[in-house]
Write a protein that binds this ligand. Structure first.
Ligand SMILES: Nc1ncnc2c1ncn2[C@@H]1O[C@H](COP(=O)(O)OP(=O)(O)OP(=O)(O)O)[C@@H](O)[C@H]1O
Ligand SMILES: [Mg+2]
Length: 252
């Protein structure tokens, strides 16, 4: 079993799109998958066709409810939805609140092959909770000016969480999203990223593909929406790489 956070404090880089389609890809390859929506915006919840929910991860984090009560079973995956109230967690004064998610997941770990957590675009208590509960982090990187600087900052936070909260946390990889190989700027940023992070950059690039945005707005994953799209092809490739990397790391 692997818990994977999809995180980057920068907004709109493809965290939710990656979480939802990776969850679907992993399920299609025969894995039992739980997706946790840890963003008060509830985009992952809406992306699988649910509306903002009464029973959400908020109950677990604020009232320590049993996470099993908040799991909803969909056709292919299970999900713990988000709610707008989750924003209140940042201000909650509970001591050690960043460990609540980790504790709740330890009860259900054996029931899943992969637990994926969609993080909000911030470095607050929600993202720290996700990282504390995770074995691995996948960082989506959009090839934009200054994106690499933001990445350096985020990797520093990862190191701090690893030292102080969760020594088993590992960076699984960085996935380049909304990539257009015809753009010189994208090529240059990719070369920079490869120079700096080398093997940590997944071979699969997620190309810009309108079907990914359309699928999200229809409450479907890319395989349900258009299995022959470039988006489906790319997320299939990423899923295979993630399965390979987690297996290699588990077997040491
Ligand atoms: N490869 C892609 N091609 C085209 N559109 C994409 C792609 N990936 C994501 N998008 C679109 O870009 C927007 C932002 O993506 P997404 O919601 O996944 O980012 P995010 O990092 O989760 O954002 P936030 O930080 O707000 O949570 C969405 O409208 C999504 O449909
Ligand atoms: Mg998101």
């Amino acid at each position: 079993m692997s818990v994977i956070s999809v995180a980057n404090h920068k907004g709109g880089v493809g965290k939710t799109t990656t979480t939802v389609n990776l969850a679907a890809g992993l399920a299609q390859m025969g894995n039992k998958v739980l997706m946790i929506d840890l963003d008060p915006q509830a985009n992952a919840t809406c992306s699988v066709g649910l509306s903002k929910q009464d029973t959400s991860i908020f109950q677990v984090l604020m009232f320590q409810d049993d996470i099993r009560k908040c799991i909803q079973q969909l056709e292919q995956i299970d999900i713990v939805p988000s709610s707008i109230h989750l924003a209140g967690f940042e201000k909650n004064n509970e001591v050690g609140k960043e460990f609540i998610l980790q504790e709740s997941l330890s009860d259900i770990q054996t029931e899943y092959d992969y637990i994926l957590i969609d993080c909000p675009p911030s470095l607050g208590a929600l993202t720290v909770s996700a990282l504390t509960a995770s074995d691995y982090v996948v960082i989506p990187l959009q090839p934009e000016f200054l994106a690499l600087q933001g990445m350096t900052e985020f990797i520093k936070i990862l190191r701090t969480v690893k030292t102080r909260m969760n020594t088993s946390l590992e960076l699984l990889g960085i996935v380049v999203t909304q990539y257009d190989g015809r753009k010189v700027l994208h090529q240059e940023i990719l070369q920079h990223a490869l120079g700096k992070y080398g093997d940590m950059i997944f071979d699969t690039r997620i190309r810009g593909n309108i079907s990914l945005a359309e699928a999200q707005s229809m409450g479907k994953d890319i395989f349900q929406y258009d299995a022959s799209s470039r988006g489906a092809e790319d997320y299939r490739g990423l899923t295979e790489e993630i399965i390979k990397r987690t297996r290699e790391l588990v077997s040491g």
